[in-house]
Design a protein around this ligand. Structure first.
Ligand SMILES: Nc1nc2c([nH]c(=O)n2[C@@H]2O[C@H](COP(=O)(O)OP(=O)(O)OP(=O)(O)O)[C@@H](O)[C@H]2O)c(=O)[nH]1
Length: 124
């Protein structure tokens, strides 16, 4: 099972989402940024590393908000979400072609990766 850590990153009341760019798996889907947890790496360290690599973003990582195990056709993902607070970012996108800050009740209007959809309810 693929272990992925993602950040529910708040700036005030709004949450950061990114759209996966052309050429990535699940291109066009919106997601909470993060990525695969490597061997011998904690989930929180993986999250901090991925946000730095993908967005030049610094955050404070807080508590775990929830987990969702989802079976895609090709693989099963164990997605773990942490509440984060935004510090700063260069927004030099490597994996995304677009990003937005959205209020939690607006998340349902975005075409999110399937594994992320149950997480929305934790944020309302
Ligand atoms: N970062 C992130 N990945 C997610 C989310 N939801 C979800 O299904 N995923 C999936 O988890 C997998 C791991 O993401 P990743 O972004 O580290 O993958 P990667 O850089 O190695 O790129 P690749 O998947 O194109 O090989 C991807 O297949 C991604 O689509 C999410 O909210 N955030």
């Amino acid at each position: 099972m693929l272990k992925v850590a993602c950040g529910i990153i708040y700036k005030g009341d709004e949450i950061f989402i990114g759209r996966r760019k052309e050429g990535k798996s699940m291109a066009g889907k919106w997601e909470f940024p993060g990525g695969k947890v490597e061997e011998n790496e904690s989930k929180k360290s993986a999250l901090i590393r991925e946000l730095r690599e993908e967005l030049g973003m610094a955050v404070n990582v807080h508590e775990k908000l929830g987990t969702n195990i989802h079976a895609y056709d090709a693989f099963t993902i164990n997605l773990v979400a942490y509440r984060c607070s935004f510090i700063s970012a260069k927004f030099d996108l490597t994996d995304h072609d677009k990003f937005e800050w959205v209020l939690p009740y607006n998340l349902k209007n975005y075409d999110l990766a399937e594994a992320d959809i149950p997480l929305i309810n934790l944020l309302l």
